[in-house]
Design a protein around this ligand. Structure first.
Ligand SMILES: [Zn+2]
Length: 649
């Protein structure tokens, strides 16, 4: 057997003189051990998609076990081939869940072991995920695929969760984003980085992307990084956008044969459809071909995806791209039904923040950056009814106050509530009162002592209250709470496991035991209550559970208007509406207040919601008959819209 072409070789100097003399000028045959022969054989080079089709066997842990099939995830085929292009150093795959992101990486790993070997470093977001992928999917693939099984080391300790050694010199190391191994200095030619937007950072690092890039410094010309994730405001969407060339998977219309990039605009949702109507009849939702307008049902959509092809969105003229981005959306991948997408879109359009984030991250696969532009001041002002400020609605059961403490005054909201699960409520008064000194609480005492008449002239008093103790005049606030029975509250910085927890402040000296009836501090999960408040603000003002406002006019303004209806009647809730829109939810779902934006009324209202829930007003029984809800009327055209309250005096 001839393995290498015949050639003349110079005898090495270290051979003893006698050997050199006996070997000189003779023809020799060297027998190489099988392992060395296998390494010397030049493999037949084929692209990863062909290699996967011919040699990759999916283990039982995969959703489609058995031979890898191109038609199940056609985009995975061209993505692997782009990654393997000699010029490509980085590939950024930004796509929805269940879009064969991990499977594409495993396909590249299998191909590289066989076709272009080099050490491999794989990182997933957490330990469980790493175990699942390495044990069930990666090692499963290595064992089930004959071509790779041959390369598995015979030594059993060479195949483990954190390290797999192949007999052709390739070592695969696996880690999760904040594991010790993730920072150890293992040098790799290939890195595979799974769900990078879910990674935790290590120590004070600014970006794990930089840390991973350092790993391949020993392979300056041949390294490759594969990044993938569903976007969540971190790396993958920005990384993908920054690439020289960007590709997507276009669907091929079964009716007109055109390649189309599917999008939100062409989702065919029937006119007047609601979340409930779509859930009842999911087949009512289709997709209208961008080119010919024919409506695809799920079956045609799947066909369009399977016969689709890669489509260049950016940089088509670049011959040898160094980095390639792949942007896939939930519109084109078939795992999410069109009806489910339509439901998310309708919820998002109605202002549901979770749905808006889902639509951005999970379906459009872009970073969610919106600062809740929809929850604009007009949406708050539409909650106004016809009562003058300061008037208690007859339908309500109880009145409470929430207070935000400042150094020189207090922001306050007085709100009436009807008992019951809906927790319908009405703004009675909101404002700011100054205080002369740090321990001057007289303006608040005045508000507590005041009577708030209802539309029939019956007086009502404030029954409960909550005051923020953070930051300003804490000990004075505590004293005032001891005197008045108003609840002392502190907001917790992050998410908590309980909406409200109580800690005792007043304790016996020495023993430290809580004093019965002494002051308690209520720790509020502000994010939880702000979520609830944001949802309440979306309820139509005529529906149960609405978070209504007063008209924005004082009694005197309305009387003056009664005398002279030609004058402009402008409401005084502008500042309230502005503050209620100050905060936005970031991509972790936490409420943030942009610097210098006032959010006092928003804090008051969310603490107020925490208070009534803590007091159990949702479980109390309303003594009021449910009065028919008055339709909300805007006061911009007062001539035709005299407040209903006015006629009922
Ligand atoms: Zn068409």
């Amino acid at each position: 057997m001839t393995l290498l072409p015949e050639r003349k070789i110079k005898l090495p100097a270290w051979l003893p003189e006698s050997r050199r003399r006996s070997l000189s000028g003779r023809r020799l045959t060297l027998l190489l051990p099988p392992g060395v022969r296998a390494r010397l054989r030049t493999p037949e080079r084929i692209p990863p998609s062909d290699w996967n089709e011919r040699f990759r066997v999916m283990p039982a842990a995969e959703s489609f076990p058995g031979k890898w099939r191109r038609d199940i995830a056609p985009h995975a085929a061209w993505i692997m081939d782009l990654w393997a292009l000699p010029s490509v150093r980085e590939l950024w795959f930004c796509g929805p869940d269940q879009a064969s992101k991990t499977s594409s990486m495993l396909g590249c790993i299998g191909w590289s072991i066989d076709q272009d070997p080099g050490n491999i470093f794989y990182t997933a977001s957490n330990e469980d995920k790493t175990k699942e992928i390495v044990n069930d999917k990666l090692i499963g693939m290595l064992r089930e695929s004959p071509r790779l099984r041959k390369r598995l080391s015979k030594r059993s300790d060479d195949t483990g969760m954190s390290k797999v050694r192949m007999n052709n010199g390739v070592t695969i190391r696996a880690a999760w984003s904040n594991s010790p191994a993730s920072t150890a200095s293992f040098s790799a030619r290939y890195t595979f980085n799974d769900e990078v937007d879910k990674w935790q950072r290590v120590g004070k690092e600014t970006s794990p992307v930089r840390r991973i890039r350092k790993r391949t410094k020993n392979y300056p010309l041949t390294y490759k990084h594969f990044w993938s994730s569903t976007p969540a405001g971190q790396y993958v969407h920005k990384g993908m956008l920054a690439c020289q060339q960007i590709w997507t998977h276009a669907a091929r219309c079964p009716d007109c044969n055109t390649l189309v990039v599917m999008d939100e605009e062409h989702l065919a949702i029937p006119d007047g459809a609601t979340v409930d109507s779509i859930k009842a009849d999911p087949e009512a939702v289709g997709y209208a071909c961008n080119a010919c307008g024919s409506i695809w049902d799920e079956e045609k959509r799947l066909q369009a995806y399977r016969y689709g092809d890669k489509f260049c969105l950016k940089g088509a003229d670049i011959a040898n791209p160094v980095d390639i981005g792949v942007h896939l959306t939930g519109f084109v991948t078939p795992d999410m039904r069109l009806a489910d997408i339509a439901v998310t879109i309708l919820q998002a359009r109605a202002g549901d923040i979770d749905a808006r984030i889902d639509l951005a991250h999970g379906i459009k696969c872009i970073d969610y950056t919106d600062e809740i532009k929809e929850r604009e001041e007009d949406a708050i002002l539409r909650l106004r009814d016809s009562r003058p400020a300061g008037v208690f609605p007859v339908e309500a059961d109880a009145l409470k106050i929430s207070i935000d403490t400042q150094d020189h005054g207090f922001w306050y909201v007085i709100r009436a509530w009807r008992y019951g699960l809906d927790l319908t409520s009405w703004l009675v008064k909101a404002g700011y009162v100054p205080s002369a000194t740090a321990d001057d609480f007289s303006p608040l005492d005045y508000l507590l002592a005041s009577e708030y008449p209802d539309e029939n002239g019956e007086p009502h008093r404030i029954m409960a209250g909550i005051i923020d103790t953070r930051g300003h005049r804490t000990s004075e606030v505590y004293d005032w709470c001891r005197r008045t029975g108003i609840i002392a509250a502190a907001g917790a910085p992050g998410r908590k496991t309980q909406p409200v927890t109580v800690s005792r402040i007043d304790r016996f000296p020495g023993t430290g035991r809580p004093i019965p009836g002494g002051l308690a501090l209520y720790n509020i999960d502000t994010h939880h209550h702000k979520d609830r408040l944001a949802n309440k603000l979306m309820i139509d003002p005529t529906d149960p559970g609405a978070f209504r406002l007063h008209s924005g006019h004082t009694f005197d303004q309305i009387q003056a208007f009664e005398r002279d209806s030609s004058q402009q009647l402008s409401h005084n809730l502008g500042d309230y509406a502005k503050q209620m829109c100050a905060e936005y939810r970031d991509d972790r779902g936490l409420w943030q207040c942009p610097e210098k934006k006032a959010n006092h009324f928003w804090d008051c209202e969310s603490n107020g919601l925490a208070l009534v829930t803590w007091l159990g007003w949702q479980h109390a029984v309303s003594e009021k008959k449910k009065a028919p809800a008055a339709p909300a009327k805007h006061q911009q055209t007062p001539a035709n819209n005299r407040p209903g309250w006015f006629n009922n005096r």
